[in-house]
Design a protein around this ligand. Structure first.
Ligand SMILES: [Zn+2]
Ligand SMILES: [Zn+2]
Length: 378
């Protein structure tokens, strides 16, 4: 049987983006078919799948979710097991997440627990988002497999191996992409009156968008509206007939997200009138907040605190997004960070997580799950 390190390195070499994880799915299934199948039910869903492990005397199902997708980033780590999918990289650690899930699955098969487990190998976390459709599929097609409680972790470059961090309540923000297209009338630079200049309209809209957080949001709430990319026009002496703003919205609760979106829509409507143009808004993909079940998270933190090989930290909420929030919207549970000690952050082309986290985390997670199975009555 392959070592977990070898599995992680082989997965690292074949990163695939959302809903294209065909090789990844085949690789994982091949590893899982090697295990004792007696208690297993495997059901494929798109490029992901779930594995149900029947408990010895189950009163609930404990879910463990891993994401499986990579990113369209060209790797620059020079590792011997660098990505061999040119232009793609596991730059968010999902190769580590998958390997830990596989390691945990091996342990639970070797030495079964009282409760049942459902391992969710979920595609497309980075976009367009696999958690929500996977949850809906499970609920409607395999309600008997639906977990009663659910867990996941994400690698955290800023902590050393052996540190886990989380917090009860809100951990990750509500997020939404934002694409705004402004359609006007292109024309000669010297005849502005015969055109509808979208560079001016976009510049004005960009500045007005800055008033949303400062003027429409309660100062005690938090929100981010960032336009990271702005494009307009074709050449220096032609007035631009089309401009595009690309950005992202982050908020700490779902209502604030709704407020931000309604202000964006109002400002875009105002631009249409002021600049005689057509403005289209596309929110792209967006993720619901990650809200950890409070009692369970406190219990997890005190469990981690008592583990001699673990440093447990109660961290702050972050403005990053995670589609695991869609599972937590309906299932009690939590997501935690696990340190991997890398000077480069998530989504960085040089991210090189310390893979010894796998050998630390598998037994740690296993013992927490055994505790949940024996005592937890969630
Ligand atoms: Zn990511
Ligand atoms: Zn990630």
């Amino acid at each position: 049987m392959k070592t977990l390190q070898q599995i992680r390195r082989e997965l690292h070499q074949i990163p695939e983006i959302g809903f294209q994880e065909n090789k990844t799915q085949a690789y994982l299934l091949e590893e899982i078919y090697l295990l004792n199948q007696e208690r297993l039910t495997i059901v494929k869903w798109k490029t992901g799948f779930v594995v149900h492990v029947q408990g010895l005397n189950a009163s609930k199902t404990i879910g463990w979710r891993t994401d499986i997708d990579g990113l369209p980033i060209k790797e620059q780590t020079s590792l011997s097991f660098e990505s061999n999918h040119e232009g793609f990289m596991h730059a968010c650690g999902h190769d580590i997440h998958m390997t830990v899930a596989l390691g945990l699955l091996r342990k639970i098969i070797e030495s079964p627990i009282k409760d049942s487990m459902l391992f969710l190998f979920q595609p497309a976390e980075e976009g367009p988002g696999g958690a929500l459709p996977m949850r809906e599929w499970l609920k409607s097609e395999h309600a008997d497999l639906f977990p009663d409680v659910i867990l996941a972790f994400h690698i955290a470059p800023e902590y050393p191996v052996g540190t886990v961090a989380t917090r009860p309540g809100l951990l990750f923000a509500n997020t939404s992409e934002l694409f705004i297209d402004l359609h006007g009338v292109e024309g000669h630079a010297a005849y502005p009156h015969r055109t509808k200049d979208m560079s001016v309209a976009a510049a004005s809209l960009l500045l007005q968008l800055q008033t949303i957080v400062s003027r429409a949001i309660n100062p005690l709430d938090s929100a981010v509206v960032t336009i990271g990319k702005m494009t307009s026009g074709t050449v220096q002496n032609i007035i631009s007939g089309h401009a595009r703003l690309e950005g992202t919205i982050r908020t700490m609760d779902a209502e604030t997200m709704a407020t931000v979106k309604s202000r964006i829509e109002a400002l875009c409507k105002a631009s249409e009138i002021a600049f005689e143009c057509k403005v289209d808004i596309d929110y792209g993909s967006g993720y619901y907040q990650v809200f950890n079940t409070e009692e369970m998270t406190n219990d997890f933190l005190s469990f981690a605190d008592q583990d001699p090989s673990t440093v447990a930290i109660q961290c702050d909420a972050a403005m990053t997004g995670e589609d695991f929030g869609y599972f937590l919207q309906e299932i009690p549970g939590l997501l935690f960070w696990a340190g991997v000690d890398s000077p480069y952050g998530l989504h960085h082309a040089k991210l090189n997580p310390d893979e010894t986290v796998i050998d630390y985390l598998v037994p740690f997670a296993e013992s927490y799950i055994r505790k949940l199975s024996n005592h937890g009555n969630v």
